[in-house]
Ligand binder design. Structure first.
Ligand code: SAH
Length: 380
């Protein structure tokens, strides 16, 4: 097997548990290593560090699948890793059939993401083992992330197995959802916020709620379930607004909510000017930065929406605010919220700081697997 040999001193991260080898860390690559091959990763003394898949077209040149000298990267490895991922979830979510089954590095399967929606699976890479183990009625591939193109891989999307309905009916916490795998961003639904959405339910009774960046209405529907007097949802995507409206109607909430297509920045600005107040505000924007370089710019964006949200909160209101930018760390996120709170001249309490749902596990050696920050603020 061909080896990728790291430059001297570039093995520290891998030894500490990380699974990524960057092209810039490589001193030499044995002849014959072809794209997609399993290669050995060795330190500058040629001591074995692990085995992984090689992609010379990417800055992320090797993804390590095993560190054990006697473990091969073969079907058996995938079977063991998938079994482990399933066992982990059956402890945390017994009997749950809508969740993230496999979370890439977090499950020691770098590059593989699989979501389960009842009898259907959606993946962003494919493995035959899943078909056998779960016997799903259908598997849909969504390997269409922009990162794939950056790594020199063609985008791929479509049905891999069986048949997949356009809208998969799914029940979460007693709410009915219709998940459209082909249409949604990600794999159709944001499963990483599933436990955070529950936090809004007990605070919603009789309240006026603003769900900004609502997508298909996740947080808004939970607020309505909790008895919200009214929900206004805002998203820039017309399709998302349509689906949120449909899902609200499906759950019998049509009279208490309104979803609008708008730029949330403009919408918040307008509310701030008009003086209209809300008791609960949700901010769940897309990642404003995908690189360390543009963190300052992203910071300004996050601060702007959080400041405006604090200003439109009625006294005693709660803000539910998230960031899924890995490059804006938890401490940065809190610092940004402190600035927004100070500028708002409101007295702000941090009620809770949460993260992604545990079906998106964080691998201790790979900080990038911890990406979602979710804070609940109380505003006097
Ligand atoms: N809260 C949602 C997930 C939000 S995902 C849930 O619980 O499911 C982020 C959403 O922000 C996407 O639906 C995207 O269309 C929307 N979006 C992106 N930029 C926006 C903008 N400037 N204004 C409003 N919505 C925006």
């Amino acid at each position: 097997m061909a080896a990728v040999v790291l430059a001297r001193g570039k093995d520290q991260r891998i030894k500490a548990g990380h699974l990524w080898v960057y092209a810039s860390e490589i001193a030499s690559v044995d002849e014959g290593a072809a794209p997609g091959d399993v290669v050995e990763v060795r330190d500058f003394r040629r001591r074995l560090l692990g085995r992984g898949t090689y992609n010379p077209a990417s800055t992320l040149a090797v993804r390590i699948f095993t560190r054990h000298a006697d473990e091969a990267v073969d079907r058996g490895l995938f079977e063991r890793r998938i079994e482990e991922a399933l066992a982990y979830r059956s402890r945390l979510f017994p009997a749950e059939t809508t969740l993230r089954l496999i979370f890439s590095e977090g499950d020691h399967l770098p590059g593989l993401v699989v979501d389960r929606y009842g009898g259907f699976l959606c993946l962003q890479e494919v493995l035959a083992v899943l078909k056998e183990r779960l016997e799903p009625a259908g598997i849909y591939e969504r390997s269409d992330l922009s990162s794939r193109v950056r790594e020199g891989l063609p985008p791929a999307e479509g049905i891999l197995l069986g048949s997949v309905p356009e809208a998969i009916p799914v029940i979460l916490d007693g709410l009915e959802f219709r998940v459209r795998l082909s249409e949604g961003q990600k794999t159709g639904f944001y499963l990483d916020q599933r436990l955070n959405r529950r936090e809004i339910v007990p605070l919603s009774e009789g309240k006026r709620v603003l769900d900004a960046f609502c997508n298909t209405g996740g947080f808004g529907l939970y607020a309505l379930k909790g008895g919200a007097a009214s929900v206004v949802g805002v998203d820039i995507s017309a399709t998302s607004v349509l689906r949120a409206t449909e899902q609200a109607a499906l759950n019998g909430f049509a009279g208490r909510c309104e979803f609008r297509q708008a730029n949330a920045f403009d919408f918040l600005h307008e509310l701030d000017r008009s003086g209209e107040k809300f008791d609960l505000v949700v901010l769940d924007p897309p990642a404003f930065t995908k690189s360390a370089r543009s963190v300052p710019q992203a910071w300004r964006g996050y601060k702007e929406i959080n400041l405006r949200a604090l200003r439109v909160l009625s006294p005693g209101g709660f803000l539910f605010t998230a960031s899924c930018s890995f490059h804006l760390g938890a401490e940065d996120f809190l610092a940004m919220l402190r600035e927004a709170a100070a500028d708002s001249r409101r007295r702000v309490r941090l009620v809770a700081l949460r993260g992604q749902s545990p079906d998106h596990p964080m691998l201790s050696g790979v900080p990038e697997t911890r990406y979602l920050k979710f804070a609940i603020l109380h505003c006097s």
